[in-house]
Design a protein around this ligand. Sequence first.
Ligand code: NAD
Length: 278
Amino acid sequence: MKKITDLQGTFELHNGVQMPYFGLGVYLSKDGNEVIHAVKDALDYGYRHIDTAAIYHNEEGVGTGIKESSVERKDVFLVSKVWNTDQGYDSTLKAFDASLDRLGTDYLDLYLIHWPKGEKSKETWKALERLYKEKRVRSIGVSNFLQHHLEDLLTSAEIVPMVNQMEFHPYLVQQKLVDFCASKGIQYEAWSPLMQGNIFDLDVMKDLAAKYKKTIAQIVLRWDLQKGVVTIPKSSKKERIVANADLFDFEISDADVQLLDSLDRGKRFGPDPDNFDF
Ligand code: NAD
């Protein structure tokens, strides 16, 4: 098991960059006050990693939240993603500049291809490699890439992606993909770690929460970290942002990690990377 210490602890990417393993997701956090406060509250509390995307239409607010927080830009691990309609070499370079403008920064810590788009993603990847070589981004990666998407990308990639951000929770573990990524040195990262709110209805989670005297969110997010998976739960409410991160004072037993693993039923709450129409 990788060492889990505190809210600012990191996993090391294959290029040596330290990625804070716990971050704030901001999908559906509205641009303006809502996302500004979420980002500011999270950073002021101790979060050091913010996950946005061009398609979330809140990059400006994220940038403002960082500036209004007590934390310096250099101490924040800032992630954005190139949207599907911007994929391709030149259009990705432009989309990256536009994201930086909106975020009010001159570099990103991680830039991801949001979804696999066949051959086009190979051109997109070339653009990300260029941005990386030009030191405009500290690390580059993908999202929603299944093993065959990764294998295809790797036939032409010069740089192996540092991260793969995937839907991941007890109903969608995809352990084979997790292991494949590990074998290539690709850090696995969980999106929708709370099953978009559905995790709170599971009896098995209620039982574990009672057993460990922690909340359901803390249990499942701690399981992510113990499995070596970066996690980015979303909330725009200060109490939840604070409570979700209160998981560094306990450990889930190996048996209970396995219990959570065993809930896997291949169930998605988001789109299927092999069958989506956007
Ligand atoms: P999530 O699993 O983080 O769940 C968020 C929901 O849970 C929200 O409705 C929130 O209000 C609620 N919630 C949070 N903490 C709670 C608590 N303590 N008690 C009760 N309810 C609580 O879902 P998500 O937003 O889909 O995923 C997290 C992040 O992952 C996103 O914000 C985004 O940054 C990223 N993401 C990436 C992709 C991708 O394609 N790469 C797709 C979806 C999400």
